[in-house]
Design a protein around this ligand. Structure first.
Ligand code: CP3
Length: 341
């Protein structure tokens, strides 16, 4: 059918499909040109532009999948949590959610198709403009909750962890609200045409496995149950390979892993029949091509014989990368994996 959709479903493919997290972004001259005219949030909220940026990224590097241009924080607005992107220092939440009263004030339910209609419209437009499969996405409850509690980026997550240990009931209530809102949001993206969805648990790696089991797993199970089996779900987390077995237990059809674990070890820990996505260290995009190709070959060797491997970076493309290098990686993975079949 299609190499990416087949791999998602665990079917053998003629070559290994590849896409790159954050394949649309500041490393692209066209993206920078658009951003010189509109703010990041405006870009996310203008379906024509979001679709254009999504399609351009696929064309620029020759990826086997697109990911809808949006951000994990957009869902905070309908939940009643304001956020800002200020130039240079990433997102911030001016009024962090830290008290029981503030958690109560977070919306119990959102109508994502209405409040985030611009994302659905961008998905519909992208599907109409592009044949390549399209991934929808959302942040995982823990990553969203830690943004909301910390008020922005964090090094040590002390505020989130303080709530987790000091008022576990309140923390669980917040996680549950996020789980249900995210499920509704992803279901609306699927209704709009997303052919797969990815959950980004970008910050979960700060937790111990036992805290993951106690404080994160229940909300993840609620979320996966509410998604049903409509399209394949990629469950991505970064920072702590000890969590991957627990993430697999929580749910998802494909587990997205970062470079902190070798793929062969990930197959040993998670099972040879696990569908994995990953896991080149994005820093290799900045070094000599030969070193990047050698790492890509190592990853393909480790994945050999495992149907369903989807090549990706272990985390997002950085603004310092070059489009030509990203494209060279995609071409190399296609050719080198086809030779191995
Ligand atoms: O191409 C794609 O992957 C689709 C678009 C996408 C963006 N953000 C666009 C973006 C996706 C999938 C995301 C997810 C996202 N957003 C995550 C999870 C992935 C990860 O990196 O762990 C997180 C943690 C966020 C929150 C976020 N958004 C941060 C921390 C930042 C600032 C950091 C930075 O890179 O500047 C953003 C802004 C953002 N999201 C940009 C883009 C292209 C840069 C904004 C700009 O143009 O100035």
């Amino acid at each position: 059918m299609n190499v990416f959709l087949d791999a998602l479903n665990g079917l053998p493919t003629d070559y290994t499909p590849i896409w790159l997290m954050r394949q649309a972004g500041r490393y692209q001259p066209e993206y920078r040109e658009i951003r010189s005219r509109v703010s990041f949030v405006e870009l996310c909220k203008t379906p024509e532009l979001a679709a254009e940026v999504t399609v351009n990224a696929v064309k620029d590097i020759g990826a086997d999948a697109g990911i809808i241009f949006a951000d994990i924080l957009l869902i905070l607005e309908p939940l009643g949590i304001g956020f800002e992107f200020s130039k240079g220092d990433g997102p911030s939440i001016p009024t962090p959610v830290r008290t029981a009263a503030q958690i109560d004030a977070v919306a119990d339910e959102i109508d994502a198709a209405a409040s985030l209609h611009f994302v659905m419209e961008a998905i519909r437009r992208t599907r109409a403009e592009m044949e390549t499969p399209l991934i929808g996405f959302a942040g995982s409850p823990f990553t969203l909750a830690s943004y909301a509690i910390e008020g922005g980026g964090s090094k040590n997550y002390y505020e989130a962890k303080k709530m987790m240990s000091g008022d576990p009931g309140a923390f669980a209530a917040l996680m549950d609200k996020f789980a249900r809102a995210v499920a509704g949001y992803l279901n609306a993206q699927i209704d709009a045409g997303a052919q797969a969805v990815q959950l980004f648990d970008s910050w979960v790696g700060c937790l111990s496995p036992s805290d993951y089991r106690t404080h994160v797993m229940p909300a993840m199970k609620t979320l996966f149950a509410a998604l049903g089996n409509r399209v394949p779900v990629i469950h991505f987390g970064t920072g702590n390979p000890e969590l991957y077995p627990l993430m697999k237990e929580a749910g998802g059809d494909v587990i997205g892993v970062d470079w902190r674990i070798d793929l062969s070890q990930a197959y040993r820990r998670l099972g040879d029949d696990t569908r994995l996505m990953g896991n080149l260290d994005p820093a290799y995009l900045l070094g000599p091509r030969e070193a990047m190709f050698a790492q890509a070959d190592r990853i393909l060797d480790e994945a050999a014989g495992h149907a369903g491997h989807i090549f990706n970076l272990g985390h997002g493309v950085m603004p310092e990368a070059k489009v030509a290098t990203a494209r060279a990686l995609v071409d190399h993975v296609h050719e080198a994996s086809a030779r191995r079949r």
